[in-house]
Design a protein around this ligand. Structure first.
Ligand SMILES: NC(=O)c1ccc[n+]([C@@H]2O[C@H](COP(=O)([O-])OP(=O)(O)OC[C@H]3O[C@@H](n4cnc5c(N)ncnc54)[C@H](OP(=O)(O)O)[C@@H]3O)[C@@H](O)[C@H]2O)c1
Length: 289
């Protein structure tokens, strides 16, 4: 049967703002049941009210998920599996970029912890549900910023070395996005694409809150009005995610990198199967309770 998103259940992380919020609305407009994650319930309620009003689709709701706390990710997975008997699409969208070294509840470097490890664990939690709902899709929002990463530093995945400032924060972010892409590659290799496909994508340079909440990013506020004029709106930035979730032509397509709603060529470091397998093993050890 040809893939159609109408009536399918999508779970998206980070639906309160930016690309995630725009993706929630676009998917609701196409008739999907959308569950998104929010850390602030008031913000989640406001997005639900706006999206229901804009689309007329009442099958929109939010659940709390803190990707910087692996025990909470495990709890979220257990509660989700209890509540829902089906999950057709998982969109790993939430992300952060920081200019200082912070730690997650588990003591991991925060950017790597949220962007990669939290989502790695989330997929582990929900994979049985996705497999039981086949054909299903996992869509991972990565970034062209992976091109700034020379590779993963397996001796320092937690970025403990060197001074952590704006430049280091960007390189840590770039590596976390490369980790998203290597995660995509290894997960796709492990799964039957007839059952669950896994792809990642670059949304474009998008005018969102990303990297602008942090104390250390005040400097960027000075140049933000100048550069942001050339950025996409969140609605434009959501297009490749929506395409990856909805397009029937992507049935069976797995392990790819998308940009501008098409398959794109990533940097070679994102195609490194040895690094992908090594990251998988390291991540399994790091998320172990
Ligand atoms: N903007 C760009 O130009 C761009 C370019 C390439 C890739 N991307 C990627 O696109 C994705 C979305 O980014 P965006 O630009 O839309 O950013 P954004 O506006 O800052 O939104 C980030 C989302 O992630 C959620 N989030 C942050 N920390 C979290 C945590 N610890 N636990 C759970 N959720 C958390 C936020 O929820 P709260 O409201 O609870 O904080 C928010 O909903 C990210 O993966 C980013 O790397 C963005």
């Amino acid at each position: 049967m040809t893939w159609t998103i109408e009536g399918k259940r999508v779970l998206l992380t980070g639906g309160t703002t930016g690309i995630g919020r725009a993706t929630v609305e676009a998917l609701a407009a196409r008739g999907a049941e959308v569950v998104f994650t929010a850390r602030n319930p008031d913000q989640g309620d406001a997005v639900v009210a706006d999206v229901v009003a804009a689309t007329g689709n009442e099958a929109v709701s939010h659940r709390r998920l803190d990707l910087d706390d692996l025990a909470r990710v495990r709890d979220f997975g257990a509660t989700f599996r209890d509540e829902f008997d089906r999950l057709d699409v998982l969109v790993n969208n939430a992300g952060v970029v920081l200019t200082e070294r912070r730690q997650t509840a588990d003591g991991h470097e925060f950017t790597f912890g949220v962007n990669h490890l939290g989502h790695f664990q989330l997929v582990n939690e929900l994979l049985p549900l996705l497999q039981a709902s086949a054909p299903a899709r996992v869509v991972i929002v990565a970034s062209d910023a992976h091109r700034f990463a020379k590779g993963l530093d397996f001796d320092d995945l937690q970025s403990t070395r060197g001074r952590f400032g704006a430049a280091k924060g960007m390189s840590v972010y770039a590596r976390s996005k490369l980790a998203n892409m290597l995660h995509t590659r290894e997960l796709a290799r492990r799964l039957d694409p007839a059952l669950v496909t896994v792809n990642c994508l670059h949304p474009g340079a998008v005018r969102t809150r990303l990297g602008r909440d942090d104390e250390g990013t005040r400097l960027s506020e000075a140049i933000w009005p100048l550069v942001s004029r050339f950025f996409l709106t969140p609605e434009e930035g959501a297009k490749t995610s929506v395409w990856a979730v909805c397009d029937p032509g992507l049935e069976g397509v797995s392990g790819e990198y998308f940009s501008k709603s098409a398959i794109a060529e990533p940097k070679k470091t994102a195609l490194d199967d040895v690094a992908a397998a090594r990251l998988w093993a390291a991540s399994e050890a790091l998320v172990a309770p």
